[in-house]
Every structure is written in C-alpha cells, then in structure tokens.
Design a protein around this ligand. Structure first.
Ligand SMILES: N[C@@H](CCC(=O)N[C@@H](CS)C(=O)NCC(=O)O)C(=O)O
Length: 238
C-alpha cells in the first residue's frame, strides 16, 4: 500500500492528497505534527518537508512529483494533465509558480492567524496524528509553534508582505480567467487548477474553517472576516 507522510493542515499535502484521490489511487496517510514530521519524512526516505509518497515505484519527496505520479496513472475520465505538450508545460509552469509565490505566503498568513491560538491549533492541527503526538500537544504546542514561526519567518512585517503577495497572485489568476474561461490552462481541469485551489485554500476558507471547527472562537472568525473584507476592498475594522 502506498504511504503518504503529511502534516495534516499542510496545503502542499492537500495538493498531493487531492491528486491521488482524483486519480483513484489508494494510499495510507501517516499524519504528524510539525517538527516531528521531519523524523517521519526522513525515515520514509524524503527530506525535511512533506508530503512524501512512498510507493512501489520509489519515494517522491515533493508535492509536484506526487501530482505528476498521480496524473500519469489517472484514468482518462479523471485526467488532470493536458494532452497537448505545450499546454502541459504551461500547466506545470503555473504549478511551479504557485508553489513558489502562493503556497509559502498563504501558509505564513495562516500561521500568523493561529499564533497564540492553542485551542484552535488543537482542533485544527491534529487530525489523524498518532495518539502520543495528540497527548503531548498541550506541552509541545509552544515550542513547536515557536520553531515553525522561526523556520517560516512569521512576523507582523513578513505576514503583511505575504498578504500582498497572495493578493498579487489572485490578481494575476483573475486576469487570466477574466475572459470567462473556466480553467487556467486548456479546456479542462488540470494540475494548475488543482494547485491553485489547494494552495489558495487557507486564504479563502479561513472563516468557513474556523466557523465550522471552532464556532466558540468568534475572535478568529472576526479576524478572518476582516482579512476577507480587506481583500474585497472594504475597510477592515479589526
Ligand atoms: N516544495 C515542497 C514544499 C513542501 C513544504 O513546504 N511542506 C511544508 C509543509 S506545508 C513542510 O514540510 N515544511 C516543513 C519545513 O520546512 O521544515 C513540495 O512541493 O512538496
């Protein structure tokens, strides 16, 4: 059985999950909290980031290679790579651009929103992790999140910059779709659309996620709504 090593809330991991699911490929997810994921990723044969896919054909330590692996195995009615080689190159180019210019910035923004939100982190961050990681999370939370903030350089200044970068990517994608075309490349859903949806999700679903997971934390919902209003051009009150 294929194994997919993940951090459950990671949107790069969601890219990989989505691609494997779309292709109808079975896998067992092995989810870990941040920092502990490095041990799991290395043990599986990857580097320090997740997702890592372990399959009979080898170890794939990058979301992009996992998406390619899944796309090559997808049945025709679930294909998500264009047949045309020029369009395929364009879809991969857009995916790489989103990996570099969108993913790290929606992630930093999310960690900023989760700062000092231990209850939110517990509700949101631990899906599927081993019992011992869940049980130790109350103690691990502070050092883990300090480490994540350091590694990802999460500060008020960098977060403000990341929000601008997210907005710039949304504007570029919006321009590309401005003529009414439903997909970023070609005439059907492709890995470019999949990547945009997965990596943009933290920026557009924060309010919905927070509302469903943590209806009892209105402060987080307020912040997310303020961010959304700000993006829509309305003045934010928070
Ligand atoms: N280029 C990698 C990026 C993956 C990535 O940044 N994963 C994050 C989780 S969202 C990670 O493992 N970060 C841990 C670290 O950098 O130590 C890919 O596409 O798989």
């Amino acid at each position: 059985m294929r194994r997919l090593i993940t951090i459950p809330i990671s949107h790069f991991c969601e890219k990989a999950r989505w691609a494997l699911g779309r292709a109808g490929l079975e896998y067992q997810e092995e989810a870990h909290v941040q920092v502990i994921h490095v041990i799991a990723a290395r043990r599986a044969g990857g580097g320090r980031t997740v997702p890592v896919l372990v399959s009979d054909d080898g170890v794939l330590p990058e979301s992009g290679s996992i998406v390619g692996y899944a796309a090559q195995r997808a049945p025709a009615d679930r294909a998500f790579e264009p047949d045309d080689p020029v369009e395929l190159a364009e879809a991969v180019r857009i995916e790489r651009w989103l990996d570099a210019d969108l993913g790290p910035h929606t992630r930093r923004w999310t960690y900023w929103e989760m700062r000092d939100e231990r209850e939110l982190a517990e509700a949101y961050n631990l899906t599927g992790v081993p019992d011992w990681e869940r049980a130790s999370f109350p103690v691990l939370y502070r050092p883990l999140f300090e480490a994540v903030k350091r590694v990802l350089d999460v500060t008020p200044e960098t977060t403000a910059d990341s929000k601008l970068r997210v907005r710039a990517v949304f504007d570029t994608v919006g321009e590309r779709l401005a003529d009414g075309r439903p997909f970023l490349v070609g005439k059907r859903f492709s890995r470019a659309d999949l990547s945009f949806a997965a990596l943009a999700a933290p920026a557009v679903t924060k309010a919905a996620t927070a509302a469903s997971v943590l209806a009892y934390r209105p402060r987080f919902v307020e912040r997310a709504e303020a961010a959304r209003a700000e993006h829509d051009g309305e003045p934010a009150n928070h």
